[in-house]
Design a binder for this molecule. Sequence first.
Ligand code: ZN
Ligand code: ZN
Ligand code: ZN
Length: 369
Amino acid sequence: MHAERMERVRAAMAAQGVDVLLLSVGADLPWLTGYEAMALERLTMLVVPRDGDATLVVPRLEAPRVVERPDVFAVHPWDETDDPIGVVTALSGPAGTVAIGDRTWARFLVDLQAAAAGSPAWRKASEVTGPLRARKDPSEITALRDAAAAADRVAAQLQDGQIPLLGRTEADVSADIGRRLIDEGHRRVNFAIVATGANAASPHHEAGPTVIEPGQVVLCDFGGTWPTDSGAGYCSDITRCVALGPPPPEVAEAYAVLQAAQAASVAAATVGTACEGVDAAARSPITAAGYGERFIHRTGHGIGVEEHEDPYIVAGNATPLAAGHAFSVEPGIYTPEAWGLRLEDIVVATDAGPLALNRADHDLVVVEG
Ligand code: ZN
Ligand code: ZN
Ligand code: ZN
């Protein structure tokens, strides 16, 4: 699997005129090698010359964590008194164009640029890896499906009333949801937004000390990372809203529009449809119902080893969906100082049509407390 990915990476490097690819922290490295770099001041970097062997330069004390894959890369541990920038520069050789991982710390990039032989052009590695990572292979789709099923089980607990809400703070409920994501098999929690009442009008509200009260609608948007044998984890991401008592008519009406728009957008996500077409399928009915100005974000984002990656479901992205593209469909309607609603599923484009991975009840479920 990793050897095959390395081959595709080299082909993309050749097509784009990239001589060396450098990967450090971020999702590209675990996707390509199964190893996730620690985000520390000691440099970890995979050096992939287009026509030479790949080498993982790693701090000696972290080398025991590396699962070796000699068919894909060699391991070069460096000692505390070594100069890892020099090691990477030597392994890179003279290069005309270097692509470096988007999330590499600036301190390393600055040092690498100063040390580079000649003055290579520097590009973002995502130009090489983004389109490759966006199209999931069957093992990746299985991992995303398992992650989504686990997130669905937590959503069902929320909708069944098994997660107490009334009288608790958002932060408490957020921690509770996080524990349940782990209990259901995730390896880590990436986020658990809990926003009650007016707080939900801020799409990325941070769960805080606000106490959840009767009559409120509570927006919960959460996800974690699902472990796999490949070494890379795959993300879940789901949003459901629940109401503590019958919702006010204006909220119920807006939710009905949102739910229909979300379903229309999922249905539109067929192979060959432009990403912006999927966005439009969610946005048109919301705009037609008069809520257009209150849908203040794109419809979705790709998902995989990272929570947010290519392809982005947004106006202006004419990229046609291809089989294996995995992404969220998550329209929202937000009324400042009053309430907020969002509904989110992860969807995979397949030759047989859109495959929605999340199955938790899509209604605005009323819970007792
Ligand atoms: Zn978000
Ligand atoms: Zn989400
Ligand atoms: Zn999302």
